[in-house]
Ligand binder design. Structure first.
Ligand code: SF4
Ligand code: SF4
Length: 194
């Protein structure tokens, strides 16, 4: 009897409290800032192109071999709008095989890839888990916007900054004038007898 009343009292007490659970998938709880979801590729606004050069380092280091990439010559480098000679042409990650280890992010020297907050990519087909370049870039842009992402090495990797640095170095070099002509062979700068 007492146990029954205690149970009833507990039910009544909890009836009017705010629930701590969420009705997924209608309700989504926010993820933490440090949350590691699927990898995503980042976008360099200053050159209007991806940071990824397709160097393949992440592809080689991925422990589950779930990535593939292909690079090509960057037309924006020829135009002078980018400092990247090569740029990514195709990129694919099989997210069914990705173990979210973050190694691809750690080995990338171009600030081109991040573990985004994306974790909901369920689909009805096996091929649905294959994320192509467009999907990876869309995920990256969303991640950049929601976290106010900044690159680790802007001087090297942000086209606008790298090009400005290169232009400043060229201007300083031309202001310094041509290099002094070398002294004649066999001479330390003093006159030589004929
Ligand atoms: S994400 Fe980074 S490491 Fe991977 S191919 Fe692109 S530039 Fe290279
Ligand atoms: S997080 Fe790990 S498993 Fe997933 S793509 Fe990157 S290196 Fe491969």
């Amino acid at each position: 009897m007492i146990a029954g009343l205690t149970g009833l009292w507990t039910t009544l007490r909890w009836l009017f409290k705010r629930p701590v659970t969420a009705h997924y998938p209608e309700q989504h709880l926010p993820v933490q800032e440090r949350y590691m979801g699927f990898p995503a590729l980042l976008w360099d606004e200053t050159a209007d192109e991806p940071f990824c050069t397709g160097c393949m380092v992440c592809v080689r280091e991925c422990p589950t071999q779930c990535m593939s990439a292909q690079m090509h010559d960057n037309p924006r480098f020829t135009d002078g709008a980018s400092h990247r000679r090569k740029i990514i042409e195709t990129f694919e990650i099989n997210l069914n095989r990705c173990i979210l280890c973050g190694i691809c992010v750690d080995v990338c020297a171009f600030d081109a890839i991040e573990m985004s907050h994306e974790h909901e990519l369920a689909s009805y087909g096996r091929a649905g888990a294959r994320a192509d370049l467009d999907l990876l870039l869309a995920g990256g842009r969303h991640y950049q916007e929601e976290t106010s992402w900044v690159p680790l090495n802007a001087e090297k990797n942000v086209a606008g900054v790298a090009l400005a640095k290169k232009a400043a170095a060229a201007a300083a070099k031309s202001a310094a004038g041509p290099p002094a002509s070398p002294a004649p062979e066999g001479s330390d700068g003093a006159e030589v007898d004929a």
